[in-house]
Design a protein around this ligand. Structure first.
Ligand code: SF4
Ligand code: SF4
Length: 222
């Protein structure tokens, strides 16, 4: 899940200051779950923009605006409203904004209504927790399913730093040290001895951006 939060209205209005007629794009997946780009939020944004003197020419909510085919299908259905617009305001993550830009043959400016925070899991209360930094070299098999790249403030791969104190992180004393969590998890599985092997440094080439992969016969390949 990509976590987003709605930008302050003043920032959105400032981004739209050159445009009077706006088309809105929401997101049926992550931004709906984050309550930043679902049906209610698109309707609320329409009302806010109209109060600010803008004309909202139309809106759509692709299932996943980060997917070209879904954006194109929704834009084809809304071509008249799109033609009347001067800009598209996207209530989705940065992926959605850029996908809308790249798949809009009318070439409107695509303006973000949200800030994109991170990838995260969502618990049963609806709270999100960042758990993966998309590092390209997953170590969860060796760390009891707990990610040190994300949960350790220093991203350490071979156990705790010298600042760990009573199980807490020296960078944030309210947080458990990731490596203490990993040790406890592996100890419970009677596998703590696995931590004695030294992990080689990460290959940061694998985290070089931007990534691009081609899908071949359903399998991602570089
Ligand atoms: S090690 Fe952590 S950051 Fe890297 S892929 Fe696995 S969960 Fe994600
Ligand atoms: S105390 Fe633990 S979580 Fe904090 S930086 Fe050191 S090793 Fe990482």
């Amino acid at each position: 899940m990509i976590i987003t939060e709605t930008k302050p209205l003043t920032e959105i209005i400032d981004s739209l200051k050159k445009y009077r007629a706006i088309f809105l794009v929401g997101c049926g997946e992550c931004a709906t779950s984050c309550k930043t780009g679902g049906t209610d939020e698109v309707a609320a944004m329409k009302a806010l923009l109209e109060k600010e003197g803008k004309t909202v020419t139309g809106s759509c909510i692709p299932g996943a605006p980060c997917t070209a085919a879904q954006v194109k299908a929704e834009f084809a259905k809304n071509m008249k409203s799109l033609r009347e617009a001067e800009a598209v305001l996207v209530l989705a993550c940065g992926l959605g904004v850029q996908s809308v830009k790249e798949n809009n043959r009318l070439n409107h400016p695509a303006i973000p209504a949200c800030n994109t925070i991170c990838g995260a899991v969502i618990d049963s209360k609806g709270d999100f927790w960042e758990r993966c930094s998309l590092c390209g070299e997953c170590v969860l098999a060796d760390t009891g399913g707990i990610c040190p790249v994300t949960l350790c403030a220093k991203g350490l791969l071979n156990g705790p730093c010298g600042g760990m104190n009573k199980g807490k992180c020296e960078v944030d004393k309210d947080k458990d040290c990731a490596w203490v969590l990993i040790y406890r998890e592996l100890e419970q599985r009677k596998d703590a001895a696995a931590l004695q092997s030294i992990r080689a440094p990460r290959d940061h080439q694998k985290a070089l951006k931007p990534h691009h992969k081609t899908l071949t016969h359903g399998t991602a390949s570089v």
